[in-house]
Design a protein around this ligand. Structure first.
Ligand code: NAP
Length: 242
C-alpha cells in the first residue's frame, strides 16, 4: 500500500475527481478526510468506505476551516497530505461575465486553495513534513474562450504552488499541481456535444480522461515515490498542452 498510515484531507471529495481520489487513497492505506458542501453525497461516500470520513466544509469559510483543522489535529495528531480539489465553473465571454460570477469562481477556486493551505501548512511545518497538491487545469496554462474567471483562478493555483514550494521546501513540505484536461465528471457533463467533439479532436490521445487518470497522478505525487518532486505542474490531459 502506497499511502499506509497517512492522513489525507481532500476538498471537493463528494464528486468526480475528488471522490475517485478519496476512494483510491483509502484503498492505498490512507485515512481520508473528505470535505465537500454536498452533504448527501458525502454521506454515501462515507457509508461505502470505512476509511473515508466526511466533513461538511466550504473552502470559502475561513472560521470553519480553522476549527476543522483544529479538530483534525486533535483527532488524528497529524496531517500528511492536503489535496485542494474543490472547484466550480461559471462561464461567460469577458464582456458578458458578471462581477458576481468573477468573484464566486475566484473565491472558491483560488482563495479556497489559499484558505485551506494557509490553515494546514502550520501543522505540516510542526511535523517538518507534508504534501500539498492542488488541482489546476489546462485552462490555467493556455486559456479558454468563456473562462476568464476560471482560467485566472487555475493560473493562480499554479503561481501559488511555485511560491509555496520556494517558501517551504526547506521545511520538508512539497507542493505540486495537477493540470487535468477534459475529464468525464459532473462538471463536464453539461458541456455541449459540439464542444466535447472539438476538444476530443484537439487531444492527441483522442479521448476524454477519466477521474481515475487524475486520481492516479495525485497518488504518485502524494506518495514517497515523489519525495524529490516539488514546484511542478503535471498535465493529465491526453497531450492537449505540450
Ligand atoms: P465536480 O464533480 O463538480 O466536483 C467538485 C466538488 O466540489 C463538488 O462536489 C462541488 O459541489 C464541490 N464544491 C464546490 N464548491 C465548493 C466549496 N466552496 N467548498 C467545498 N466544496 C465545493 O468537479 P470535478 O470535475 O471533479 O472537478 C474537481 C476539480 O478538478 C475542480 O477544481 C475542477 O476545476 C478541476 N478540473 C476539472 C476538469 C474536468 O474536466 N472535470 C478539468 C480540469 C480541472 P457542487 O456540486 O455543489 O458544486
Amino acid at each position: 500500500m502506497r499511502l499506509k498510515d497517512k492522513v489525507a484531507i481532500i476538498t471537493g471529495a463528494a464528486s468526480g475527481i475528488g471522490k475517485e481520489t478519496a476512494i483510491l487513497f483509502a484503498k492505498e492505506g490512507a485515512t481520508v478526510i473528505g470535505t465537500d458542501i454536498q452533504q448527501d453525497l458525502l454521506k454515501n461516500l462515507e457509508s461505502e468506505n470505512p476509511n473515508i470520513h466526511g466533513y461538511l466544509l466550504n473552502v470559502t469559510d475561513r472560521p470553519a476551516i480553522a476549527s476543522f483543522v483544529e479538530e483534525i489535529k486533535s483527532k488524528y495528531s497529524k496531517i500528511d497530505i492536503l489535496i485542494n480539489n474543490a472547484g466550480i465553473t461559471a462561464d461567460a465571454l469577458l464582456i458578458k461575465m458578471s462581477e458576481e460570477n468573477w468573484d464566486k469562481v475566484i473565491n472558491i477556486n483560488l482563495k479556497g486553495v489559499f484558505n485551506m493551505t494557509q490553515a494546514v501548512v502550520p501543522v505540516m511545518i510542526s511535523q517538518a513534513k507534508g504534501v500539498v497538491l492542488s488541482t489546476s487545469s489546462v485552462v490555467g496554462r493556455y486559456g479558454n474562450v468563456g473562462q476568464t474567471n476560471y482560467a485566472a483562478s487555475k493560473a493562480g493555483v499554479i503561481a501559488m504552488t511555485y511560491s509555496w514550494s520556494k517558501e517551504y521546501g526547506k521545511k520538508g513540505i512539497r507542493f505540486n499541481a495537477v493540470a487535468p484536461g477534459f475529464i468525464r465528471t459532473p462538471m463536464t457533463e453539461k458541456l455541449p456535444e459540439n464542444v466535447i467533439n472539438m476538444m476530443v479532436e484537439k487531444t492527441p490521445l483522442r479521448k476524454f480522461g477519466e477521474p481515475a487518470d487524475v486520481a492516479n497522478a495525485f497518488l504518485f505525487l502524494a506518495s514517497d515515490e515523489a519525495t524529490y518532486i516539488t514546484g511542478q505542474v503535471l498535465g493529465v490531459d491526453g497531450g492537449l498542452v505540450m
